[in-house]
Every structure is written in C-alpha cells, then in structure tokens.
Write a protein that binds this ligand. Structure first.
Ligand code: ARG
Length: 462
C-alpha cells in the first residue's frame, strides 16, 4: 500500500515489507513533535522566501496550509490516523494534499536530519519550561509543609541510627536545596539545547542562501549550530536532559524513601493522606505508601533511559544514523515520568500530616543529646576528645539505667566529670540542643527561619 507522505520512493522498485515498516516507522510516537515541526517548517518557508528560493505567494500558501493543519489537528479526533513513516513525512504529505504543488517546495534546502534535530529541540525546550514550573510547585509545597510544622522536631539520622534532633522544616529545606540544583541544571541544559541545527542539510550544510540566524530568531533559538556534521548528529541535549531527569528522580526517590520510613508503624512520624495510599486486596488493615514507592521505582526507568541514550550514541559514526530515532521514546518517557512524578510528589507533601508528638518523642529518646553533653564539657575547658570519651561512658551507664542522659541525677552525671554542674540540664534540653546549631546552614530555629525566608525569595523565573 502507498505510504502517506512517502518521501523517498524514486529509486525503489518495491515497497517496504510490513514488518520493516512496523520496525522503521516512528509516526506512532513522534507525532508528538507535530506542532514543533509545523512551527519550524513555517520558519523554514519564511527563510526560503526571504532568500528568494520560493516566491512570497508560495510561502504564504505553505504557511496557510501548515496553519490549517494545526487547526484540523485540534478539531479532528482521528487526525493522526495515518500510515506515514514519521511526523515529517506526515506533515509534508498533508501539506501537499491541502495546497498542491507549492507544498512540494517546502523541503528545499533541508533534510529530515536537520529537521528532526530542530523540531526535537524546539519541543523539548517547551517541556523543560513546563518541568521547571512543576519543580517550583513541588518546592512551594515543601515550603508550605515546613511552615505548617515549623515547631516539629524529628530525629536526624546517620546510618539510619538516631543522631541529632533536627527541625522537620530543616529536613524539608534539604530537599528544597536539591530541587533548586535540579532547576539550575535544567536551565543549563536548556542553554545548550536552544541552538538551531536547521540549515545543516543532511550532513554537509545547505547551498541555498538561507539566513539561518533569522530563522533561528523566529523560532526563539539563541543561536545556530556551527558545524553541519555535528548539527545533525548531536544528541548531547537529549543525554543531558535525561541526566538532569535522572538526578531529579534520584532526589524524588530519596524523598520518597525518607517518607516511606517515616510513615511506617515503626517510626510513625508522618501519616500519609488516604488520597495517595493504597489498600491491600487481602489484608484489610493495610495502608500502603504506593505513591512514594512509585516515585522510588520510577527513578530506575529514567536512569535507564539516560544509560540507553549514551549507549545508543557511543558507537555511531558521523553523521546521522537511524539509531538516533531511538532518542525519541527515551526522552518522551523521561518527560512523562518526571512530570507525573513531580505532580504526585507535590500532592503527597501537600497532604501529609506530621505526628509531632511521636517525632518529638523519638527526637528526645536514644541519646540524641550526647554530642550536646560533650560540647557542654568543651565549654568548661575539657578537650573535645576527652569529653567524647567521658560522654561515651555516661551513655553506657545511662543505657544500663534505662534512662536518658538528662534523666540521670547530677550526682550520677558527676561520676564521669566533676566539670558537670546543674546548668547541664538546660544544656541538654531539646530546645538548647536545637538552638546551639546556630552556624549558617544549621538546624537552629533562627537559622531555619532565615533559610525559609531565603527559599521563599529564591527567584522563581525560569
Ligand atoms: N524519524 C527519523 C528520526 O527520528 C527522522 C530522520 C530520518 N532521517 C533519515 N535520514 N532517515 O531520526
């Protein structure tokens, strides 16, 4: 059967085998690039007209046809039902159907190789901006939660062993920082992506006197690629994007893992909303943190796409090779996965409840103020190493007595150091423990309030 918009039949005596067509065709997924490819086709037509390669009338007809296609695609449910090889042949075929012969001039001076590289970048640029907004929304949810529970304290952990108490808001701000870096990386990726390859031709460049910079400006690109071989075969932007997404997903995964632990019955620091949890088909009592587990699990597939893209490209000779068509589904899935993950994470955070009594209790049991006692001794002139040893012994004693350090009597404490006076109990209180972490970046309530303020004022523009 004749393929819709067939671009290369001239030197062939037979059509594609149906299995080859299924294997080779990308229209079922690359139709996502439709609007971007139409937009860059409009700019290319203008470039051809400005260069005098096609007439202004022909250009107007082309642009009219392309605009019509956008309208039709929005109004006709089955618009994309086609056996076209890819989105580029689909567009050209439809254009010729609508405007006739003038449509056959659109592909002058371009190849699908520079065309796809251009449309893909253009499309991804818009997605990057949307993802940036979603990260900001998640950050806003994190800050709201930090504000809503500004007094809540949780145990901070190292090796998943209780270490020192921290404000819940401090924990929130740790994730805010990670997502801030993700936004910076995304913006950096966008800079290198926003360069236009159109005008590279199939690989060697184009001989038509097209003003590439003018075309780039029309499409909002910051510049044009400097080498045609590189222009058509560069997929660094796809790799960089997948890499930014991978790290973003790793941050979401770590956030999820913290919360999975905190909402377990063993910890109980937070309660997840029913709206982001699932039940068990067998055990009636279960409430499982499925949203969080999916955030953790989906990190794997995005990392997989990053590795897949690198592996796909690493052995390719210059310039274009069909292997590169594999870039689409990987990047599309990164966009889809990251977008829904960011939305899901924001909903989890917006709806979680911090069980302050439980988390405060955990933060005051398990000798989380032992370092405080050592610091107390340091203030009395004891060298830190000696103080560490002394407090270690006091902890051992307290474990034996089944008491916290601040539950020991002054006499009991003084067995370990005669530098200990009754001001020790104030020093070991939760409030003093938190307040003492007052250097920039620490968990003292004052510093955390400052950090929250800074976070709120963090520039929100992309
Ligand atoms: N669908 C193709 C891709 O995504 C478009 C470029 C095709 N170029 C070619 N020379 N066959 O890579």
């Amino acid at each position: 059967m004749e393929k819709s918009g067939q671009l290369w039949g001239g030197r062939f005596t037979s059509g594609p085998h149906e299995i080859f067509a299924e294997f080779n065709d990308s229209f079922r997924f690359d139709q996502r690039l439709f609007a971007a490819d139409v937009r860059s086709s409009v700019a290319h037509a203008n470039g051809l007209a400005d260069a005098g390669v096609i007439s202004r009338e022909e250009c107007d007809a082309i642009i009219g046809g392309l605009s019509q296609m956008i309208v039709d695609s929005e109004n006709q449910a089955n618009y994309f039902e086609s056996n076209a090889e890819d989105v580029h042949s689909f567009i050209e075929g439809r254009l010729i159907d609508i405007i006739g012969d003038a449509g056959r001039k659109l592909h002058t001076g371009r190849s699908r190789n520079d065309q796809v590289a251009t449309a893909f970048r253009l499309w991804l640029r818009g997605e990057i901006d949307d993802i940036d907004s979603l990260i900001r929304e998640l950050q806003a949810a994190i800050l709201d939660s930090a504000n809503g529970y500004s007094d809540a304290v949780i145990p901070g952990y190292t090796h998943l062993q209780r270490a020192q108490p921290v404000l819940f808001a401090h924990w929130c701000l740790a994730y805010f920082e990670m997502f801030k870096r993700d936004r910076e990386r995304l913006a950096d990726c966008r800079k290198r992506l926003n360069i236009m390859p159109l005008g590279s031709g199939a690989l060697a460049g184009t001989g038509y006197p097209i003003d590439r910079s003018a075309v780039a400006a029309e499409l909002g690109f910051e510049g044009i690629t400097a080498n045609s071989l590189d222009g058509v075969s560069d997929r660094d932007f796809a790799v960089e994007f997948a890499s930014v997404c991978s790290l973003l997903m790793v941050h979401l995964s770590r956030l999820a893992e913290d919360l999975i632990i905190y909402c377990s019955q063993e910890f109980g620091f937070i309660t997840l909303s029913d709206s982001v949890s699932s039940g068990s088909s067998l055990m009636p009592q279960k409430k499982n943190p499925d949203a969080l587990e999916l955030l953790r699990g989906k990190a794997g597939r995005v990392i997989g796409h990053n590795v897949g893209l690198l592996t796909m490209i690493k052995g390719l000779p210059l310039a274009y090779n069909k292997d590169m068509q594999e870039d689409k589904e990987a990047v599309f899935d990164c966009v889809d996965t990251v977008s829904i993950s960011l939305k899901a994470a924001a909903i989890v955070i917006e709806n979680l409840v911090v069980n302050e009594d439980v988390s405060n209790d955990a933060a005051t049991h398990g000798y989380l103020n032992a370092t405080e006692l050592a610091d107390y001794l340091v203030k009395k002139g004891v060298p830190f190493r000696t103080a560490h040893e002394t407090v270690g012994k006091a902890v051992l004693f307290a474990i034996d007595e089944n008491k916290e350090l601040n539950e020991l009597s002054l006499d009991e404490l003084r067995q370990f150091s005669d530098q200990i006076d009754d001001d020790v109990f104030d020093a070991l209180s939760l409030e003093a423990t938190l307040a003492s972490k007052s250097a920039v970046g620490g968990t003292s309530p004052k510093r955390v309030a400052e950090s929250l303020e800074n976070a709120r004022n963090y520039p929100t523009a992309a």
